[in-house]
Design a protein. Structure first.
Length: 255
């Protein structure tokens, strides 16, 4: 094989491997369990959280999902939206410190929700909707540790917390950011109606509606996808440039 052909093959191989690396990294970024919307205002009431569970296994299906809700900063008034093919089991726990509300003192809160009976196959995802009555107002974020069990017995543990200012861990827990209330809010804002992914209407107060937040999340995902696409094009162009340079160099050497 001539030196020119060898150089061209090497250049093409480098470009292909780099492109595969970019696409693999993109797939890994979207493989973990996430919560949507990504943020709510502190103390928000009457909203919906959607836990999105993708299946990243090639040879096994997801058959069980366990989401653990924090009890140090509990989510009040939790209700589970019926999901076709899945059975939800809700576990409550006694709070160390009861919470006083306008409706009375709350001594128990939901600590775990387990979905079983369904199946998420390779290349698919499932949304699990959870309605809440009120979010805490004394913390900046809520972490929902999640266990994802596959049909082959393997368990993906999405339980690692991301350090502030640090890189995202390999198995991050879904995190909901709680933002400060807008100026002038008194905890009883006008309700804005939005639809959850299951199609049922819910009222959301003291925070962005799930539909608006989902739109923002989708926009962010689109931007990421476009960025990755541009990166792939750049890699391809660099590969072609390297090949052209090698061809020109070979012709010059022969002359």
């Amino acid at each position: 094989m001539s030196p020119i052909r060898t150089t061209l093959r090497r250049a093409g191989l480098v470009a292909a491997l780099t492109t595969v690396g970019v696409l693999t990294a993109a797939g890994a970024a979207f493989a973990h369990v996430t919560v949507h919307p990504e943020s709510y205002a502190k103390g928000a009431t009457d909203g919906v959280l959607t836990f999105r569970v993708p299946n990243e296994e090639d040879t096994a299906s997801t058959t069980k999902v366990q989401v653990f809700l924090p009890t140090d900063h509990p989510v009040l008034g939790v209700l589970v939206t019926p999901q076709a093919g899945w059975t939800a089991k809700v576990t409550t726990t006694k709070l160390k410190t009861p919470i006083k509300t306008d409706d009375g003192t709350i001594t128990d809160a939901v600590s775990e929700i387990t979905w079983t009976g369904g199946r998420i196959r390779h290349g698919e995802y499932q949304d699990f909707d959870v309605a809440f009555g009120q979010l805490p107002d004394n913390t900046d974020e809520l972490s929902f540790k999640t266990l994802q069990t596959y049909s082959d017995g393997n368990v993906a543990r999405w339980i690692e917390e991301t350090p502030k200012g640090g890189e995202e861990p390999e198995n991050p827990a879904p995190v909901l950011t709680l933002t400060a209330k807008d100026a002038g809010e008194d905890g009883s804002d006008e309700a804005s109606t939005s639809d959850s992914s299951s199609g049922s209407g819910t009222a959301s107060r003291s925070g962005s509606s799930p539909a608006a937040a989902a739109k923002s999340s989708a926009s962010s995902s689109d931007s990421t996808a476009r960025g990755l696409g541009i990166a792939g094009l750049i890699v391809g162009v660099l590969g072609l440039a390297a090949a052209g340079f090698a061809l020109a160099r070979g012709r010059s050497a022969r002359s």
